[in-house]
Design a protein around this ligand. Structure first.
Ligand SMILES: Cc1cc2nc3c(=O)[nH]c(=O)nc-3n(C[C@H](O)[C@H](O)[C@H](O)COP(=O)(O)OP(=O)(O)OC[C@H]3O[C@@H](n4cnc5c(N)ncnc54)[C@H](O)[C@@H]3O)c2cc1C
Length: 285
């Protein structure tokens, strides 16, 4: 493994100023569960790593109507959070099945999003909850919808020097249920496909529906035309079957070591159908 310098800035400004100084030669690292693997596999060979672990501004979960998650929050901390379990169930379900306890003890939610794998498990639940991400760098601070953050496999709209500081989830309305489902070759593996659903019910009709899938397109994907199909309708088995077929047509998967494209296409429809069913049960509880 090629040697690299290691920096441990103590605040945001120090971190992005360092990145500015080191130009294209450095990479931010949080938990390192993606970065170090890629260095060991010689996929990347940075001259320097800038650790974000000592940056206090990136830590913690705060409830203020919605939920503000520091980008440096560990999955283990999220898994243990009571309000995530009760109010943001799909996200809690996703982080509880992500990798294994050893990885969850060091991996961060910001790292999962900035790594921008199409299979990132935190992405579908955050997409259906219409999360916003905050970025900070030499050019100032900006906020964007998570949906606009992903631009391709491993690619985002983040500038090199920018640091993701926070993920903000708006307050979810009453009678809302959310659910996340994932299928992998074995438990703890990266998803073959994953899916999340959010439904808000009013007088037996779906008032609000948000759907997202992962590992079946170049980016984690919102399924807007299918959401529109569900809104204003009673959710019954006939509608769910139509949704399943529409999802299979909407996705654009590839074949790789984990799965064929055909299997991904079929299973994504089933996962979305079941996720809506689970979210509906929760919304009616
Ligand atoms: C054995 C194993 C199993 C895994 N299983 C899963 C799984 O089931 N599901 C899943 O989704 N992932 C899985 N992963 C991938 C990985 O653990 C996650 O993507 C994790 O969330 C990455 O977080 P991290 O803090 O370790 O990121 P790092 O590796 O530190 O960083 C990842 C990327 O994000 C950038 N970055 C990190 N934080 C910031 C920030 N705040 N601002 C700007 N850029 C930043 C880094 O520069 C780098 O490009 C697995 C990995 C391993 C090794």
């Amino acid at each position: 493994m090629k040697k690299f310098d290691y920096y441990q800035p103590q605040n945001l400004k120090e971190a992005y100023k360092l990145m500015e100084k080191l130009k294209g030669e450095a990479l931010y690292v949080a938990g390192g569960t993606d970065v170090i693997v890629r260095i060991k596999q010689k996929m990347i060979q940075p001259e320097a790593l800038i650790s974000l672990r000592g940056v206090e501004e990136l830590q913690g979960l705060k409830e203020n109507g919605g939920l503000a998650l520091g980008a440096g929050t560990l999955f283990r901390e999220m898994e243990r959070n009571e309000s995530l379990l009760k109010r943001y169930t799909a996200l809690h379900q996703a982080v509880s099945v992500l990798a294994n306890p050893q990885i969850r003890n060091v991996a961060t939610v910001g790292g999962n999003l900035c790594n921008a794998a199409p299979s990132a498990d935190s992405a579908p639940p955050l997409l259906v909850m219409e999360a916003q991400v905050q970025l900070e760098g030499p050019g100032g601070t900006r906020t964007m919808a998570l949906e606009d953050f992903f631009t391709g496999p491993g690619e985002t709209s983040k500038e090199r020097e920018e640091i993701m500081t926070r993920i903000v989830i708006p307050e979810l309305p009453a009678k809302t249920g959310t659910a996340f489902l994932k299928i992998g070759r074995v438990s703890q593996d990266i998803a073959i496909a994953n899916a999340a659903a959010l439904v808000t019910m009013e007088n037996g009709v779906c008032k609000h529906c948000r759907l997202a899938v992962g590992a079946v397109a170049p980016v984690p994907l919102r399924l807007k035309s299918i959401e529109e199909k569900v809104e204003g309708e009673k959710i019954d088995e006939g509608l769910l079957e139509e949704v399943r077929k529409m999802v299979c047509e909407a996705v654009n998967p590839i074949s790789d070591v984990r799965s064929t494209a055909e299997y991904r296409r079929e299973v994504s429809g089933v996962l979305v159908k079941r996720a809506i069913r689970d979210a509906l049960t929760m919304a009616q509880a």
